[in-house]
Design a protein around this ligand. Structure first.
Ligand code: ZN
Length: 275
């Protein structure tokens, strides 16, 4: 196990070997295997990611996130019915997820132009528009359509986030870029962050939420950890690797509140300023 390998042999599912999305390195250690995919850790910068790549059109066509998520839930229901039952029973104790996203955003900013990378079904934007002038980008055609119905037709762009942001959004025009549950799906996360950097005004903010690969729960639950969705999640960040990739893209990560730094949290929250 965990032998260092050189990335020359692709797995069965691989279309091609994927260099480290943070530093471009090819030396990696296999951390886990699932359905023919390898979750690997870069020997140079410690970034954890899927070691082989999937093209965008393939991702949208055969691995639509809405469908993948439904599949994953069905698998989990079959494998861990007790955990799922308990999670449902205690749901009322937890803040409503969309309200939590809005709450996190309002910690850092109260108004301005906001663009949501990977806006999913538009639930967040529908609530955020009470405070911000909102725009969204979504790869999934299904998600984009629902988002349009929930917000406004002309403010939702459909397609690969990085490409759309580069092509359709003006540089230096936004105050905030939110990325909630997006960066773990992005096959080119550095390009995604650079696109966020480009569309932001000087001093603008990006706010991220992604599964926390450093969480205790991930160590305890192994491959049953809720952050694993293969191949939908192709990047697995720790607070260190997320801060590193943000700096690489020209951002300065902001001090995280204690509540956001707990290793018991499966979610990793981070905000960063365009420097
Ligand atoms: Zn690396």
């Amino acid at each position: 196990m965990n032998a260092t390998i050189h990335a020359t042999n692709a797995t069965a599912n691989a279309t091609r070997v994927r260099p480290c999305p943070l530093c471009g390195g090819l030396e990696r250690e296999v951390q886990a295997r699932r359905d023919g995919w390898e979750i690997v850790q870069c020997a140079r910068c410690e970034m954890v990611f899927l070691g082989s790549a999937l093209a965008y059109d393939e991702q949208a066509k055969n691995h639509d996130w809405v469908e993948e998520h439904t599949k994953e839930l069905a698998q989990r229901r079959a494998k861990q019915p007790v955990m799922l039952f308990l999670s449902r029973c205690t749901r009322w104790l937890r803040p409503e997820p969309t309200a939590r996203l809005v709450g996190q955003t309002l910690r850092w900013a109260h108004s301005g132009r906001l663009v949501d990378f990977g806006c999913g079904d538009g639930r967040f934007l529908a609530q955020a528009r009470a405070h911000f002038d909102v725009t969204g980008i979504e790869l999934s055609p299904q998600g984009a359509e629902v988002s349009r119905r929930r917000t406004s037709r002309e403010k939702i762009f459909e397609g690969p986030v990085t490409e759309v942001a580069e092509r359709d959004l003006p540089a230096g025009a936004f105050d905030i870029v939110t990325q909630f549950g997006y960066i773990e799906h992005e096959w080119h996360p550095l390009a995604g962050l650079r696109a966020a950097h480009r569309v932001l005004k000087p001093g603008g903010l990006t706010i991220l939420k992604t599964p926390n690969y450093a969480s205790w729960n991930r160590h305890i639950r192994g491959m049953n950890w809720c952050g694993y969705h293969v191949p939908a999640h192709c990047n697995y960040f720790t607070p260190q690797t997320l801060a590193k990739i943000l700096r690489e893209a020209g951002f300065e990560p902001l001090r995280r509140l204690l509540a956001d730094r707990l290793p018991t949290s499966d979610s990793l929250w981070m905000a960063a300023r365009k420097s």
